[in-house]
Design a protein. Structure first.
Length: 160
């Protein structure tokens, strides 16, 4: 890597790999969510995640790069961790709480990735691409808020 453009392209490929892995992994979260609201939140975000992947594909086309150039090892690790948790957990309440925690880790990772990528795009003068990345970033923030609310409602319910 020799310049910001190459660093940017590498980060876009990394994000593409992350979203691609999430499209595969999220159905498992939907399946394991016994809480109706949590299930719906995962379903909604699966739809959004497919959009995120498509947006990145469009961006790669604009940049004339192959979207499949990288494997996001961090996302691989986060997903592995979530799978291990699902295999080990016994109590259903704990399972629902733990899935929210694992999902928020993923959202925070994406928020940091898209925040950086959107800034680079602006710096490089790719205004159109920056807008696409901002839309995704906005949806990642929103998904994180939804999960925070679900976690807090759970706590409130437990307390009452
Ligand atoms: Fe995403
Ligand atoms: Fe996300």
């Amino acid at each position: 890597m020799e310049n910001l453009k190459e660093l940017f392209e590498q980060q876009i490929q990394d994000l593409y790999s992350a979203e691609d892995q999430l499209v595969e992994a999220l159905p498992k979260m939907v399946m394991n969510a016994s809480d109706e609201k949590l299930k719906r939140a995962f379903e909604n975000h699966l739809d959004e995640t497919k959009q995120h992947k498509m947006r990145l594909k469009e961006i790669c086309d604009q940049l004339e790069i192959n979207p499949n150039g990288e494997t996001c090892k961090a996302m691989k690790g986060l997903i592995k961790e979530a799978e291990n948790f699902l295999n080990e957990v016994k109590d259903d309440d704990v399972k629902q709480a733990g899935m929210i925690a694992e999902a928020q880790r993923v959202e925070h990772y994406e928020i940091s990735g898209y925040g950086t990528a959107a800034r680079y795009a602006k710096e490089l003068g790719y205004d159109d691409i920056a807008k696409k990345l901002q839309s995704t970033l906005h949806e990642e923030y929103n998904a994180d808020d939804v999960l925070t609310n679900l976690a807090e409602n759970r706590l409130n319910k437990k307390a009452s």
